[in-house]
Structure formats: structure tokens, C-alpha cells
Design a binder for this molecule. Structure first.
Ligand code: ADP
Ligand code: MG
Length: 405
């Protein structure tokens, strides 16, 4: 069954509509350092405003542990939202108490309120279903319908994500609809050739994704820290590079499986080896079969893919029609080791087809390296949620909206 969309809720004019968004933005001393998640909610909020709905936006922020904590107040977020919408946004200083109730009741058509952090109440994330349901009933009293649009939390069975969607008439907002549409195209009938580019620090974080996507892709490209486990499993010495020796058998299994299915598994042919894990460390390029033949010997560590690998990866990417990329190719946070990540990001912008970036650090990397969101087909807003979707897992926050995969 398909996701219930906004249209399925009928006319929302004059109705109090709770919108579960993901406003979990990074804050530094009360100042929002990246408002991308607030911007991602705007299409749904503007649609509801134009419909004349009375909007009660709710979200979590950080991990306040089930009690009010001013450090995690959504008040600065409400202010930023007001700037982005270009209109007043009311803020309720509690989640389901007097302030929330009177704020919700006082809204006129097309007006917007934000209620305080959902995780100030222990019911939001309670393990006990009864406690979650009790909190969801209190939330439900604030509105007449729920629009669920916090894609970053759909893999969590939490009161505002799951139970609330059972209690009120509910549907997915535009952000969830778009995420599901794009991620589904990466798992069902992708346009071919289909390349999956994986990097990041650990193989063990990405086992589920590799297992699910390997049989669906035409090419799997492996870079980043996880590549050294693949290289080591093939008998190469990797010095002090990141290594998960306990994954050798798993990785060998992937190599065999790719071979059996005719999937091209492309590993780095060279690597940037550094004398230490530091931004100003000495570094040289080494061939994949000679990673310890550098001035640093077995003390060297691989912190980026090398230039020959960049070219091979870029060709494999630009010659594909569907590309999914998760995980930086190197320690992009240090400029000396950002080249591989930049080359892969650049190649994705040149894909003649669908290019998707997933993963929190990967999304941060493309923005930090100066790319803009509109250069990619899609940058997923949900790190954990998008990976779990691509692992083929059932996500409670989507199932409750009618999605059956
Ligand atoms: P994402 O959040 O996009 O899923 P990950 O969390 O898996 O990505 O990995 C991101 C981290 O991987 C980055 O902090 C980056 O510095 C690190 N990384 C990438 N390549 C290497 C490497 N060769 N050695 C050490 N760390 C690496
Ligand atoms: Mg990460």
C-alpha cells in the first residue's frame, strides 16, 4: 500500500493540524549553526498555511532525557522559522500543558505555533507502549489531524511518530513523500547502470546497506576508511589505516557475492598515506599494493583515496544513470584529505540521471566543500532513517502512514 499523502486528509481549512517535523538542528550557545532541517519543512508548512490550516508544529531537539532543559528549548528554532516563513510564529513554553493548549486554541486560520521540545516529556521515547500512548493522547488533544514530516525520526517507534499517527487522521508531508519516493527508486527498479558509492569510517556501520544494495546495483565503489578492510582482506598491508579485522570474512563474502552476481566491485587502486592522523601531517600517494612502502612504513595511515582512484570512481559515477553515495572518501574535515570526497561529490553533480547523497557526514561534507543542494538529485535529511530504509528494514513511522514498501 502507498503512503497516505496530504491530499488524503481533504480540506484542512480552519482545522488544527499537528505537524511532526524534524527541527533537530545543531545549536552552538543557543545559535542555530545549520537551519537546513527547518528549511526542509517549509514546503509542507507553506502548503498548510495557504490552505488556511491552524498549524501546531512539534519536534524533538537533542537528548534532554525526558525533562525540561533550557539548553534544548525550541524557542530559537521558532524564531528562525518565523524569519523563514516571513510571518509570526507563536511559541508555547511547554509541550502538552496549559501553554500548549491555550496557544493551540488561540490560533486563527493560517497561523503557526511551535510547542516545546517533545523529549521534555518522558512519554515521547518511553519503551513502554502504554506510556507512549498516554503522551500521544495528550498531544492528540491539541489538534484534529497529524501531518508527519520528520523523516529523520521515522525509524523510531516514538509517541509523536507512531502512536499519534494511529490516534489522529494522519498523512505524510511533502518531505517524507519525497524521501520515500527517492529512496524507493534506489531499491526498486533503479534506472541502470546503478552505482552505489560507499565510504565513511566503518564497514560494520554499513553491513545492512551493502547486503541489501549489492544484489541491486551494477557497481559498488568502496572508499573511505572502510576500504582498508577490503584491501586487507585481499592480503594487502594497510599500515595504521582504519581496519576491522573481525569483518574479513564478511568482506570476503561480499567480494565473492559481487563476483557471482556480475556486480563490479571497485576498490581503491591508490591511497593518500599520512604520517599521522592530523591536519598538517606529511603525506604521499601510494599504490594499493604498496601502502607501507612510504617514508612512514607500517606507521602510515590512509586518510583519503588517491588521484588514480578519484578518476576511476568519477568515471564509474558519471557513466551511471542512478547513483547513491553514502560516506566520505577520506577525512574531509581536514583540507589535505578532502580531495577524494570532493571528486566524488563533483562526479555526482554530473550524473545524467538520479544522484542521491545519504548520511549525516556525507551531507555535511558536500555543503562544507562548497556544493549546493540543487546540484544533486536529492540529499537525504535522515541519516539513520535513510540507511535503515536502504537496508530494507520496516520503518514504523512510515508503516503507520500506510507504507508497505
Ligand atoms: P555518514 O554519516 O555520511 O554515514 P560515516 O559516519 O560513516 O558517514 O563516516 C564519516 C566519517 O568517516 C568522517 O568523519 C570521516 O572523517 C571518516 N573517514 C573517512 N575516511 C576515513 C579514513 N580513511 N580514515 C579515517 N576516517 C575516515
Ligand atoms: Mg556519520
Amino acid at each position: 500500500m502507498a503512503l497516505r499523502t496530504l491530499a488524503s486528509l481533504g480540506s484542512l481549512a480552519g482545522k488544527r493540524v499537528i505537524v511532526r517535523v524534524d527541527f533537530n538542528v545543531p545549536l552552538k550557545e543557543g545559535v542555530i549553526t545549520d537551519d537546513g532541517r527547518i528549511r526542509a519543512a517549509l514546503p509542507t508548512l507553506n502548503y498548510l498555511i495557504n490552505q488556511g490550516a491552524r498549524i501546531i508544529a512539534c519536534s524533538h531537539l537533542g537528548r534532554p532525557d525526558g525533562a525540561p532543559d533550557p539548553k534544548y528549548s525550541l524557542e530559537p528554532v521558532a524564531q528562525r522559522l518565523s524569519e523563514l516563513l516571513g510571518k509570526r510564529v507563536a511559541f508555547a513554553g511547554d509541550t502538552v500543558g496549559d501553554a500548549a493548549q491555550s496557544t493551540a486554541a488561540g490560533l486563527a486560520d493560517g497561523e503557526v505555533a511551535v510547542i516545546e521540545n517533545l523529549r521534555f516529556d518522558p512519554g515521547e521515547t518511553a519503551k513502554d507502549e502504554g506510556e507512549r500512548r498516554a503522551f500521544a493522547e495528550q498531544l492528540a488533544a491539541l489538534g484534529e489531524a497529524l501531518v508527519s514530516d520528520g523523516f529523520g525520526v521515522v525509524h523510531r517507534k516514538q509517541a509523536s511518530v507512531y502512536e499519534l499517527a494511529e490516534i489522529l487522521p494522519s498523512a505524510a508531508g511533502f518531505l517524507i513523500e519525497k524521501e520515500v519516493d527517492v529512496l524507493d527508486r534506489l531499491t526498486e527498479n533503479p534506472e541502470r547502470p546503478y552505482a552505489v558509492v560507499l565510504g565513511g569510517s566503518k564497514v560494520s556501520d554499513k553491513l545492512g546497506v551493502i547486503e541489501h544494495l549489492l544484489p541491486r546495483a551494477n557497481k559498488i565503489l568502496v572508499g573511505g576508511g572502510m576500504a582498508y578492510t577490503f584491501l586487507a582482506a585481499q592480503g594487502f598491508k594497510v599500515g595504521k589505516s582504519l581496519l576491522e579485522a573481525d569483518q574479513f570474512d564478511t568482506v570476503k563474502g561480499y567480494i565473492a557475492k559481487a563476483d557471482e552476481l556480475g556486480v563490479e566491485l571497485i576498490l581503491p587502486v591508490d591511497s593518500v598515506m599520512a604520517s599521522a592522523f592530523s591536519a598538517d601531517a606529511d603525506h604521499v600517494v601510494a599504490q594499493a599494493d604498496a601502502l607501507e612502502d612510504t617514508p612512514y612504513g607500517p606507521e602510515g595511515m590512509g586518510l583519503d583515496i588517491g588521484p588514480a582512484t578519484e578518476r576511476i570512481f568519477a568515471d564509474a559515477i558519471t557513466s551511471s544513470r542512478t547513483v547513491f553515495w553514502n560516506g566520505p572518501m577520506g577525512v574531509f574535515e581536514m583540507p589535505a584529505f578532502a580531495s577524494g570526497t570532493k571528486a566524488v561529490a563533483q562526479a555526482l553533480t554530473e550524473v545524467n540521471g538520479l544522484s542521491v547523497v545519504g548520511g549525516g557526514d556525507s551531507a555535511a561534507a558536500v555543503r562544507q566543500l562548497g556544493f549546493t543542494d540543487d546540484q544533486f538529485g536529492h540529499i537525504s535529511t535522515g541519516g539513520g532513517a535513510s540507511l535503515e530504509f536502504l537496508e530494507g528494514k520496516k520503518l514504523p513511522g512510515l508503516e503507520v502512514l500506510g507504507w508497505e514498501g
